[in-house]
Design a protein around this ligand. Structure first.
Ligand SMILES: *[C@@H]1O[C@H](CO)[C@@H](O)[C@H](O)[C@H]1NC(C)=O
Ligand SMILES: *[C@@H]1O[C@H](CO)[C@@H](O)[C@H](O)[C@H]1NC(C)=O
Ligand SMILES: *[C@@H]1O[C@H](CO)[C@@H](O)[C@H](O)[C@H]1NC(C)=O
Ligand SMILES: *[C@@H]1O[C@H](CO)[C@@H](O)[C@H](O)[C@H]1NC(C)=O
Length: 334
């Protein structure tokens, strides 16, 4: 004999009357945060909120990578029950280490006569140090805070100063501006973080975003380029150090690597200890786990006479004509 949930409710109706707010509905659990990235030695609390649960017949349980967690001095589950059949199931972990990393399941089950009705939620816990910059050679726009260094320093630095139209100069940029480099109405300086070594944690994740090309575009990216017609008269362009692939003379040509094989709304995982930039490739900035993002832009007032701006291939979000506007995404921690 099998009971469906509704039958179970009917059979236990007297019981339910004893528990104000209890319902016959399937229990639910909802993780408050699905991704938690923390540092070694820190304390974290994972929280799942339960619905249609009650202390008498609902059994909350935590698992790590599928294995049941037992309470210890370091890892402790705490349950709070509220009226209207809600519950707060939290797991406190102190002195987090590698062995705590993984996928946590908060489960709540309600035992009926024949079967158990259960609900599960998942929370991913990571350590900062378990994240490194993805494999391949490439360059990123440098933020005012510098390159997003991890313990192992992997970035080489360089910069580019473009002397744009000197007659009625109209360069412009968004404010606040987190891209490093002096900006004036006839001059724009950009700094770059260049990764010259191929080694990395894994390949860049699927999504909609661009980076600068340095060597071969990493797996999953397509190439494109933009040529800026900089000032023709007494041009004072200057480039130094490690830079993206391109040509750096009286005009500037830069290569990009762009991809659009995923949704910009699906957060990708990147090292999040320090602020960094990606280039925008869709109507929205790519979402990055645990980071807030703001859109920023640069506008180059290019040479007015016989303008030779050119572009080709897959490119960042931009306005390309006789002047050039490029959109960037600035990421910083919440
Ligand atoms: C973590 O919690 C323990 C015990 O509650 C406390 O002694 C310790 O200072 C906390 N550590 C941090 C980094 O907050
Ligand atoms: C759930 O409990 C945790 C502590 O165990 C607390 O930090 C959190 O604010 C609670 N959330 C709600 C919505 O009650
Ligand atoms: C935290 O855990 C590490 C091992 O992962 C241990 O060496 C250290 O003593 C612990 N610290 C505290 C305050 O318990
Ligand atoms: C620069 O951009 C801002 C914001 O879009 C705009 O309000 C301002 O008029 C622009 N300045 C020039 C000189 O175009």
């Amino acid at each position: 004999m099998r009971f469906r949930l509704s039958e179970f409710c009917a059979l236990t109706i007297g019981y339910i009357f004893l528990i104000p707010g209890a319902t016959c509905f399937k229990p639910g659990v909802n993780p408050v945060k699905r991704y938690i990235i923390t540092s070694r030695g820190s304390n974290v609390t994972l929280v799942c909120l339960g619905s249609s649960v009650n202390p008498l017949d609902s059994l909350p349980e935590w698992k790590l990578n599928g294995r049941k967690i037992k309470n210890s001095a370091r890892v402790r589950a705490i349950e709070q029950w509220f009226p209207d059949a809600r519950g707060n199931f939290s797991l406190h972990i102190t002195n987090v280490s590698e062995k705590d990393v993984g996928i946590y399941t908060c489960a709540v089950s309600v035992a009926t006569f024949e079967k158990t009705v259960a609900a599960e939620g998942f929370i991913k816990l990571k350590l900062y140090s378990s994240l490194r910059w993805p494999r391949g050679t490439y360059a990123l726009p440098m933020a005012v805070t510098g390159c997003p260094k991890l313990r192992r320093i992997i970035w080489s630095e360089g910069y580019l100063r473009q002397n744009t139209e000197d007659t009625s100069p109209l360069n412009n940029w968004s404010r606040p501006m987190h891209l490093k480099g002096l900006k004036k109405n006839n001059e724009i300086t950009q700094h770059f973080c260049v990764k010259n070594k191929r080694a990395g944690h894994r390949d860049w994740p699927k999504g909609k975003y661009c980076i600068y090309k340095k060597g071969k575009c990493p797996i999953g990216f397509s190439e494109g380029w933009i040529k800026w017609d900089d000032e023709d008269t007494k041009n004072s362009n200057l480039a130094s150090g490690e830079r993206p692939d391109g040509t750096y003379r009286e005009d500037t040509l830069l290569y990009f690597c762009c991809r659009s094989d995923g949704s910009a709304d699906t957060p990708i995982e990147l090292p999040m200890r320090l602020p960094f930039f990606l280039l925008k490739h869709a109507s929205k900035c790519q979402a990055v786990m645990g980071m807030r993002v703001i859109e920023e832009w640069l506008f180059w007032d290019c040479e007015d006479k016989e303008n030779k701006n050119r572009w080709s291939g897959e490119l960042p979000e931009s306005l390309l004509a006789k002047d050039i506007k490029l959109f960037f995404c600035y990421y910083f921690q919440m």
